[in-house]
Design a protein around this ligand. Structure first.
Ligand SMILES: *Cc1c(COP(=O)(O)O)cnc(C)c1O
Length: 382
């Protein structure tokens, strides 16, 4: 390593960074895979930069450990995986615009379709390249978001069949509340989906690949597995609900860290930060930490959240700023240069993405995907 490479490497650990444990991803993928009965396949959902973990390294790790498919939300996300020489089948799960059809076909992406305009654009693009492009029919069974309503599925599938350069490879639906302990609605959705796929078969439109389950559906019951499951959050080591199986076996893959930049003493009656929302009652020691809301520390953690320093919890004082936070330092003995953990483990203490989500009145998905683009991701295989 040259001197400047070493300097760059060290600077990654200077202010805010995220450590991604690829061995944890591998472990979680293997756990999920073991929960499936062959020939049910596993799709690793790596949309939104793999929920903030880095799409390419996560996709490569998932494929090496039993996942056979990749799921993304956008065409550009699929393109990024192809640019990294990833050859596995990739399904774009969300709606695409007709202008994206050309890139989708060129990149050999499977696309979810619920619009005839998009289907025509895909067929036209495929025809120009002398290709047949596989698509998956998205069926809405109760999420009321993206998809063709059940009672229109046969007519829509017939229209797809009439397009010369499309092949209807799969059909799928998405659960609205599979993380709920009460599975009645999920069961209803699964039944509607199964019935619709049967109707398609009777109309001479056989579906090779049927899929419905997200992580919660996968962990809730094998009745939701069909031919493939689409796992996102569980692969990152976050269980979508307290009651689900494997909860204690999943390993969180991401730690969010920073450093103490400065330690100072403040006297009684001193206000800290924007808006002066914290005023010290007595003399205390505080530490400045080089991370803020631009890095993904939610402003809702102002006067509320905690961080780990020297294996102990330290409270955030005052407002979270764009690039910095101030925390209580004297109780934990914080020193300049100390590592600060915002998500992850130090000694016997742990702060999970779910705990952070609780402070911010949101869900771990938003906490993880909200980690800023400027935060370097550092990978380990521990
Ligand atoms: C994001 C997504 C998933 C993965 O959901 P998790 O709850 O993270 O497992 C599965 N299917 C679709 C259609 C999605 O958009």
């Amino acid at each position: 390593m040259t001197e400047s490479q070493t300097a760059i490497r060290n600077s990654q650990f200077a202010s805010a960074w995220a450590e991604i444990d690829l061995a944890a991803i591998a472990h979680n993928v293997q756990l999920l895979k073991r929960a499936l009965t062959p020939p049910t396949r596993l799709m690793a959902v790596v949309k939104a930069n793999a929920y903030g973990h880095g799409a390419v390294p996560v996709a490569q790790t998932a494929l090496r450990n039993g996942a056979e498919w990749l799921g993304v939300a956008r065409v550009a996300e699929g393109r990024e995986l192809r640019d990294a020489q990833i050859a596995a089948p990739i399904l774009v799960l969300g709606p695409i615009a007709p202008v994206e059809a050309e890139v989708a076909v060129q990149s050999r992406l499977r696309v979810a379709v619920a619009s005839l305009t998009v289907a025509r654009a895909l067929s036209d693009a495929a025809q120009q390249h002398n290709l047949v492009t596989p698509v998956h029919l998205k069926i809405d069974t109760g999420m009321t978001r993206f998809g063709v309503p059940c009672d229109q599925a046969v007519a829509f599938a017939r229209a797809l069949q009439a397009l010369p350069s499309l092949r209807l490879e799969g059909a799928f639906t998405h659960f609205a509340s599979a993380d709920d302990a009460d599975l009645a609605f999920t069961q209803q959705q699964a039944e509607r989906f199964a019935r619709t796929v049967d109707e398609l078969a009777r109309a001479n439109i056989p579906i090779m690949l049927r899929h419905a389950a997200n992580s919660a559906g996968t962990l809730a019951s094998d009745q939701f597995h069909f031919d493939l499951v689409r796992a996102g959050i569980a692969m990152y080591g976050v269980c979508p609900a307290e009651h689900l199986s494997l909860r204690d076996q999943l390993r969180p893959a991401l730690s969010l860290k920073s450093r103490v930049a400065l330690v100072r003493a403040v006297s009684a009656g001193t206000s800290i930060g924007y808006g002066r929302t914290f005023v010290s009652k007595r003399a205390i020691g505080v530490a400045l930490v080089s991370i803020g809301y631009a890095d993904g520390v939610r402003r809702a953690l102002s006067n509320r959240g905690e961080v780990l320093i020297r294996g102990k919890r330290a409270r955030i004082l005052g407002r979270v700023s764009m690039d910095q936070i101030v925390v209580r330092a004297d109780e934990v003995g914080a020193q300049e240069g100390d590592e600060v953990t915002l998500i992850g483990t130090q000694g016997d203490e742990q702060i999970s993405a779910a705990e952070v989500a609780g402070w911010a009145d949101t869900i771990p998905y938003e906490v993880l995907t909200g980690i800023g683009a400027r935060v370097p991701r550092v990978y380990s295989q521990q």
